[in-house]
Every structure is written in C-alpha cells, then in structure tokens.
Design a protein around this ligand. Structure first.
Ligand SMILES: [Zn+2]
Length: 135
C-alpha cells in the first residue's frame, strides 16, 4: 500500500478506512471509490481502487492517485496508479498516466503521455522539496 501523497510504502490493515501517513503526516483515504457521473475536482487520491463507470467522467486539475484504476468511462488529467490500470473498451484517458501495469482493451482511447514502470514505489508523487535531493 502506497501513500497517495508522498508514495511511501505503508503496512496498514486493509480494514482501516483512513489513517495518517507516518512519513508525510497527511491523511490517507483507504476506501475504494467509484465514479458514476460527471466529476471535476482539483485532486483525487485514495489508497484503494478507483473505478470510473461507463457514464462516469472524472476531470482533475492536478492528479488522480489510486492503487488500481478501472476505467470504463473518461479520465482527463494526470493519473498515478501504484498497481494495475485498465482502460476498458469505450474508456477514455486523456492526459498523463503513470502505472505499474497497464491493460488497454480494444476500443479504448488513450491519448497522452504514459509511463509504465515496475519501480513505481521509488517515484515521488509530489515534487521533491528544495534541497531534499542532496544526501
Ligand atoms: Zn505520505
């Protein structure tokens, strides 16, 4: 399980609904989320799964962070998925996607920059603080 804010790996019982990351002290939502209508937001993050239904649209100004992504509808913006992302037939992703694995079904739309890496836990989600890189 990864903190959606700083990317730190957490060992958290899956029964918990939310907790505070010991690394960045920000609260993490653990629940699975499902988008079934039009949703425009600045930022969206969960340690659980994110599903966007066929009629669902999520538009983010900053980024979407989730453990897994199941996209049947539309996502516009930047998405960071710590485990698997899947764009189903009819699904649309426009923007940026960073994920461990990606499945794109026939009939899906994917436009933008895609980065698939098995070492996503080493990628910082937020921009590093000034001076933090020096060690
Ligand atoms: Zn954190």
């Amino acid at each position: 399980m990864h903190c959606p804010h700083c990317g730190a790996v957490q060992d958290i019982p899956t029964a918990a609904l939310s907790c505070v990351c010991p690394k960045c002290n920000r609260s993490m939502q653990m629940e699975d989320r499902c988008i079934s209508n039009y949703s425009a937001t600045t930022e969206f993050s969960t340690c659980g799964s994110l599903a966007v239904e066929k009629k669902g649209t999520i538009i983010v100004q900053k980024k979407v962070v989730a453990a897994t992504l199941a996209l049947h509808g539309a996502l516009k913006g930047e998405a960071i998925v710590f485990e698997s992302a899947k764009i189903s037939s009819g699904g649309q992703l426009k923007g940026r996607l960073k994920a461990r694995t990606l499945v794109v079904e026939e009939g899906a739309t994917l436009e933008g920059y895609v980065e698939i890496t098995p070492n996503i836990e080493h990628l910082s989600v937020d921009s590093p603080a000034p001076g933090a890189a020096a060690s």
